[in-house]
Every structure is written in C-alpha cells, then in structure tokens.
Design a protein around this ligand. Structure first.
Ligand code: ADP
Ligand code: MG
Length: 568
C-alpha cells in the first residue's frame, strides 16, 4: 500500500495515461488489491480492480463453500458489497466517470457471476472504478482516497468476519439449496414444474422484477388433485401445485393471472433470493419459453413436422430465411429447442401466432388441408410428448380445441388455481369437436445441425474481434447484430455479455469443426462447469453471469451469419 501511495504521489497532476503505472498487486493486512485494467481516459469504460481477502477474514466457514454452494455464497457477498458502496464511497469527483465505484449487482436470481469469485480459500470481488481526473489531469490525492481508503472500507463493511450477517448468509444458501433440491425431485415425481402454495407470482411492473407487494394474492389454495408435497432439506415439507409431465393447458379469463403463472414457471429454472416470492417455484432446467418472432433469422431447421409445401415449392426440411413469419418462427423455435434438448416448452397465446396454434373446424372446411402448409401445434403436441418426451404448458383463453389433447387443465380464476381437467373432458364428451386432426406423417425428431466454423466471425473492419452487447436485447458480434428479444429467460445484462464471450471462445476454438450445435454448447457448458465461469470468459471482467447452454444455443440459432452446410 505504501507503493500505491508513492506511485500516486508521483503521477499526480500528470496526463491520464500515467495511471497505467498503477498496474500490479498491492497488499495490505489480509487484503489484496489487484489491478486488472486501467481505463484510457475518464470517459472510457471504467478501470477494473479486484479486492481479495481470505475466506477466514470474510468470516465464511469453509464448510459453507463446498462444491456448488460457493455460487450462492459469492452471490450473497456481491450483494453485501453493492449495499456497502453508497455508504463508504463518496462517488463522482472530477470529469466523466471520475470517482465512481461499481459492482455488477445481481437482481432476483442467484447466478454464478464473475463479480465475486471464490476459489482456493480466497474471496475475490471485482469492481469497476472510475479513476479520478480533472479533464485529463490525474487527481492523485483523490485516487489515493478511493483506492487506499474507500476500497478497504468496502471490504471492512461487506467482507469482514466482524460484520458478516452469518444468519442471513445461511438463509440465502438454504434457499438456493432448497430450490436445487426441489428441482431435482421434479422428474422422479413425474413433474415438470412446482409452484408452492403461498408464493407471490406477480412482479412490481413489467420492467421491475421485484415482487408486487401489498396487492398480491398469494398463490393457492391448491386443489387436492394437483397438490404435491416436496421434502426440502431446509424448509421441510412444502406443498404446492405440481404440474405433471405431458400436456398442460392453463385457461381462464383475461387478467386472471395466466401469463404471470407461466412467467414464474419460465424463470423456475433459476434459484431466487429469499423474499423474491418465487423462491419455491421451480421448473426443470430444460425448460424453454417459445414464441413467435417474426423477422428473425432461421438457418437450416427442419420445420417440416409443422410446415410443408410452402408456396413456390420451398423446402422445409432445411428451412432458411432472413425474415421468418410468425408461424415459421414459432415452428423453428420449437424444433431448435427440441434439438438442443429442451424437455418442457412454454407457450403463451399472447405471444404466439394464432394460425400456428390451431385451425378450427370451420376453417378446415373453408381452406382445405391441401392449400394450407401449416400443421398446427395442436396436432403435434401429444406426439412431442410421446415420441420426444417433451412436455408442454400452454396458456389459452380462447382456443377450446386444446381441451381435447390436454392431460391437465388448470383454471386460473382470480389468481387462484382450480383443477378443471375432469370438467374439461366432460365438455369435450358432451360437445364433440368436429375438427379433424391434421399432420399425416408422424413427428420425427429434428436432425442435428453442424454449423460451419465461419459462422462465428467476430471481425469488423480492421479489428479482429468486436463484441458489444446492448442489455439483454442484442449482441453485436463482428459485423452482425443478434437480436435476443425472443429469449425471455435471459434475466440479466451480464448473461448477454457472457454469451458474447462464449461466442468468441467458439470463434477462437477451431476444433469445433464438424461438431453439432448441441455438442458445441454442451461442451462449453461442461467447460464452464469444470473450470468456473471466470476462467472460461474474458479474463478479469467482473460483469458476466452464467447462462444455460439452451440460451447460448438459441442465440446462435438467431445469428444471421450462421451457416449450416447441407450434407453431401
Ligand atoms: P392473463 O394472462 O390471465 O390475462 P396476467 O397474468 O397478465 O393475466 O395478469 C394480469 C395482471 O394481474 C397483471 O398486471 C399481473 O401483474 C396481475 N397479477 C397476476 N397475478 C396476480 C396475483 N396473484 N395477485 C395480484 N395481481 C396479480
Ligand atoms: Mg396473458
């Protein structure tokens, strides 16, 4: 730390570039400050520093960070740092980002992220620091105050045995472990999702994922016929709605909470923080929300089970378009998801192409099957389950035809779930549907597609690699823009940045020639699992979070540069 002071004294008042002299590692009593990157000027992306302290100094018992548990513990520590920052850091002073200290703070989910890394008995917190300057002139005294006073104060407040709220940490970890245990029990119980009684499903707003407080109706009571009790390691016995594998339809009047339930299930792939309201809502990890996304790119996908005989004789066994329609995009999304290993599809009528969902009896009379390329989803949903083991949960307020094919029908009434399966079957018996099933040929699984290595070209002009993300909306990769709006299960900007990094890893790794898309993303996922997120992604970055191979694969499927050479 003396060295730090000496350096800052020396470069005080010099041009901003002299900050580069700071590089290296500084040690104090049981704390370490590592410089990972120094920004080019006060307006550029901030500098990156890592604060390191032994677990013992942080007060985390070693038993708490065994195996995967380290992820939830690190998540907790990131939040502690985020809480401490405004108390101990003075904030902006000088030009541009001067004086700011930031951490990539998590939201409702507990995700592995690079803002806190626990390894080899050390906790490493990665911070973004705006080094202070007036214009381009270094403010050495302020820099010393930030680096030698504020950052250690952050560590003292958020990362010290004296201040660590151990009970809250244990509750955080227990919540995560319970959710993992619940998820692990689903398959054995014949379920694809579980929604605990009393859960708070609605969110504060369409742009604020925190729980709706006050006005929220707790989930339940759950009808006995669908009631399941899971035994969790910490919470004990928890009862709730068990959604069985197969075809489930959620019906109900408009504004009665159908989409909110489906949304909660779609995020049940993640562990949630205590108090989120959905910390006992879980779904199997292979859950994929699929929707219509007209205008998207589709590359070499076999959509023939759903769409064949397009006008002008276009083939649909290897369908490519730069501008998909609502129905072709939804068909492609399903086939891509199944190819990548999805076992539960979530479909909401709000975001579906209606002609893809069903063609009703009278439309069948008016437009003959021969003139309609689409085999609607209703005629494949049962086969998807029976042939491919892929379950579906659908939200439908209008199309009663699905009552014929549903195994389970849940009625959301004033935000309360009712089991109306028997009544629905009774109605089907009394009012037989005259609709004829379509889709003559049996459903076959989509074939594995092998991307050409050139698909992943990160170059732009003279720059060999250019990747830039815009929130969870899009990634600019080389010369191409990848739109992510269709991927509703991405919840964190840091996940999009991680995807950008993983695409770069793919582009550098030339050994991926001749490997299928699902092999590629599975191999990357395995690598992240073995080496840790921070080791695989761009080194030293503190704003990356874990993504599923399903979402990475779905991103690749949306790349306009994706090339799937046809087999000879
Ligand atoms: P639907 O899909 O049935 O039309 P939504 O799920 O979109 O209905 O919900 C309609 C509105 O009700 C939304 O503003 C949502 O936040 C709110 N909401 C959903 N569930 C609950 C609940 N349990 N308690 C209070 N409000 C809720
Ligand atoms: Mg809705």
């Amino acid at each position: 730390m003396n060295r730090l002071e000496a350096t800052l004294r020396r470069i005080d008042g010099k041009g901003f570039g002299a900050y580069k002299d700071l590089g290296g590692v500084y040690r104090g009593d049981d704390i370490e400050l590592r410089v990972d990157h120094i920004q080019g000027d006060p307006f550029a992306a901030p500098s990156r520093f890592a604060l390191r302290r032994p677990l013992s100094g942080v007060g985390v018992p070693p038993a708490l960070v065994e195996g995967d548990n380290a992820i939830a513990v690190a998540d907790f520590l990131t939040r502690q740092v985020a809480l401490a920052l405004p108390h101990v850091c003075r904030g902006r002073r000088g030009s541009g980002k001067s004086g700011t200290v930031r951490i990539d703070a998590p939201k409702q989910e507990i995700l592995e992220r690079t803002s806190a890394v626990i390894a080899d008995g050390m906790v490493e917190i990665r911070l973004e620091v705006g080094l202070p300057a007036e214009g381009r002139r270094i403010l050495g005294r302020h820099a010393f105050e930030m680096l030698a006073r504020e950052l250690p104060a952050v560590a003292d407040r958020a990362l010290s045995a004296k201040h660590l709220p151990l009970a809250a940490l244990e509750a955080h970890l227990a919540a995560a472990l319970d959710q993992r245990a619940a998820r692990a029990q689903l398959a054995g119980a014949g379920l694809v999702a579980f929604v605990a009684e009393g859960a708070t499903l609605p969110r504060l707003s369409g742009v604020d994922p925190r729980p709706l407080s006050g006005a929220a109706v707790p989930f339940g009571p759950v009808p006995d016929s669908l009631r399941v009790t899971l035994r969790l390691p910490h919470a004990g016995d928890v009862s709730g709605l068990g959604i069985p594998a197969g075809v489930t339809v959620i019906v109900g009047g408009g504004f009665h909470g159908k989409s909110t339930l489906l949304d909660a299930i779609s995020l049940g792939i993640y562990d949630h923080i205590p108090g989120d309201g959905r910390e006992q809502v879980v779904s199997i990890g292979e859950t994929m929300f699929v929707r219509a996304e007209d205008g998207r790119r589709v590359t070499g996908v076999d959509i023939s089970p759903f769409i064949s005989d397009l006008p002008l004789g276009r083939a649909t066994t290897s369908f490519t378009t730069d501008d998909a329609s609502g129905s072709t995009s939804e068909a492609a999304a399903i086939q891509e998801a199944v190819e990548l290993g999805a076992k539960l599809l979530l479909i909401d009528e709000d975001t579906s192409a209606s002609n893809f969902l069903v063609r009703d009896h009278r439309m069948q009379l008016l437009v003959e099957k021969e003139q309609e390329p689409i085999t609607p989803f209703i005629d494949r949903v049962t086969e998807l389950y029976e042939v491919a083991g892929v379950s579906t949960i659908m939200v439908l307020g209008g199309a009663s035809d699905y009552l014929d094919v549903a195994h389970t029908v849940v009625h959301m009434n004033n935000y309360r779930p009712l089991d109306v399966t028997r009544r629905a079957k009774e109605i089907c018996r009394l009012h037989p549907n005259q609709r004829r099933p379509e889709g003559a040929a049996p459903y076959i699984l989509p074939p594995a597609r092998v991307p050409a290595p050139e698909s992943f070209d990160p170059s732009h002009g003279r720059r060999p690699e250019r990747v830039k993300t815009r929130a969870t909306r899009s990634i600019r990769f080389g010369k191409t823009e990848i739109e992510l709006d269709g991927l509703g299960q991405l919840v964190d900007d840091s996940q999009a940045r991680a995807i950008g990094d993983l695409l770069l890893v793919l582009s550098r790794d030339q050994t991926h020639a001749q490997r299928s898309l699902s092999e590629l993303v599975a191999a990357l996922e395995a690598r992240v699992q073995a080496e840790g997120l921070a080791a695989v992604l761009a080194p030293g970055m503190g704003n990356r979070a874990a993504v599923r191979s399903l979402d990475l694969g779905a991103t690749i499927n949306r790349m306009r540069t994706l090339d799937i050479p046809s087999k000879c």
